[in-house]
Ligand binder design. Structure first.
Ligand code: MG
Ligand code: ZN
Length: 378
């Protein structure tokens, strides 16, 4: 379909929606009158000041079920009461990759696999992070992969090749992102083109932070956290609570902005465990992600102005649970694939605006729901 056709359809749909609204106006005012104060209360809290989008890369329902069993029915994700499902197909493939699905969530557009925040023709698309920046909000990205890897990159970089890490690193300097923490130092410092982006970051008043100890000492300002040359290690191989502590530090910095903030936090290696068909690795990473979810939900519970969305970009491994034991907290997991699968993924929401996330919808809707929650226009 041509862009003009798409726009025409979009335009006619908008007219239709306005028409529907006009028709039902009488009814809804009756509802407001009947419910009075209750209705006002709902309106008052349904626009969040902050949005935290948490992506468990490759985390499907089976991964969550297994983690729930292992944790004997007490998973932080389960604290969310509003739950939906997102359909993950990309523009050019039934089975998406993380570039296309990240782009769907960050821009509201379906694109080709391997692409980052560009349309199928390669044209740049504004991301929710960039739009939040333009509207005066603070922004952040935290991941347990290189910060230039597909999922975080789809929120800040524009490229038809998700593997173009050096160009992706350069795109971090084209925004005013306040906090980013992950691996990938080499793409900023040891580049083939000889540029030293660490100096450029420093010139823009970023604190360059290389480990959790240094991070703990920072309590304001902009943070470029590059803890590893490439990817952080597995949780079981010494990464520790990097995801949770980084997320909490980012929140501490970002919430200083009275205008609000947008942050994406990724449990990156749930996906890699799925590709490896490694159940133990899979559960370590899923539970590490859930620990971060717990810390974020604790903040959101107290803050009351933060919408938290917890989802996945796709499922990985075709993971299944073929047996288990609730008392012992054990599952018999099995994999049907070494790649991604086409199953819908769950979307959990918490806080003001969470009720918008129920139902079954395309992954692109996550972008539009965030835009609406912030009150941003397209
Ligand atoms: Mg990822
Ligand atoms: Zn993958």
């Amino acid at each position: 379909m041509t862009n003009i056709m798409k726009r025409l359809i979009h335009f006619s749909l908008s007219i239709f929606v306005v028409f529907l609204f006009a028709c039902t106006e009488g009814d809804s005012s009756t509802i407001v009158n009947k419910k009075g104060d209750d209705k006002q209360e709902v309106n008052k809290v349904s626009h969040p000041k902050n949005i935290i989008l948490m992506i468990g890369d490759g985390m499907g329902v089976s991964q969550i079920s297994a983690a729930l069993t292992i944790r004997r029915d007490s998973l932080n994700i389960a604290r969310c009461k509003y739950i939906g499902f997102s359909k993950t197909s990309s523009f050019d493939e039934f089975i998406t990759d993380s570039g296309a699905s990240g782009t769907a969530m960050s821009t509201g557009n379906k694109t080709n696999n391997q692409y980052l925040a560009v349309d199928p023709q390669g044209h740049s698309l504004p991301t929710i992070l960039e739009i939040a920046e333009e509207n005066g909000l603070s922004t952040g990205l935290v991941a347990t992969s290189s910060i230039t890897h597909a999922t975080p990159a789809s929120f800040i970089a524009h490229n038809v090749d998700r593997g173009d890490y050096e160009a992706i690193a350069l795109d971090f300097l084209k925004t005013d992102i306040d906090v980013f923490i992950g691996g990938g130092k080499n793409y900023f410092a040891a580049r083939k083109d000889g540029l030293n982006l660490l100096d450029s970051l420093k010139a823009r008043n970023y604190y360059l932070i290389y480990n959790s100890g240094e991070l703990a000492k920072i309590d304001s300002g902009k943070i470029a956290g590059l803890f590893y040359d490439d990817h952080p290690p597995k949780y079981s191989e010494g990464r520790g609570s990097m995801l949770k502590t980084s997320a909490l530090k980012a929140i501490e910095i970002l919430e200083m902005n009275d205008m609000g903030f947008f942050m994406m936090i990724e449990g990156s290696q749930i996906d890699w465990a799925g590709h490896d068909n490694d159940s133990e690795y899979l559960m370590d990473e899923t539970l590490d992600f859930d620990d971060a979810v717990g810390a974020v939900l604790d903040f959101a519970e107290k803050n009351m102005e933060t919408l938290v969305i917890i989802t996945a970009d796709h499922e990985t491994g075709g993971y299944a649970i073929n047996g288990g034991d609730l008392q012992e907290g054990k599952v018999e997991g099995a994999f049907t694939s070494g790649g991604h699968t086409g199953v819908m993924v769950p979307v959990f929401a918490f806080g003001p605006g969470a009720e918008e996330f129920i139902g079954i919808y395309e992954n692109t809707e996550i972008f539009f729901k965030c835009m609406k929650a912030f009150g941003f226009s397209q």
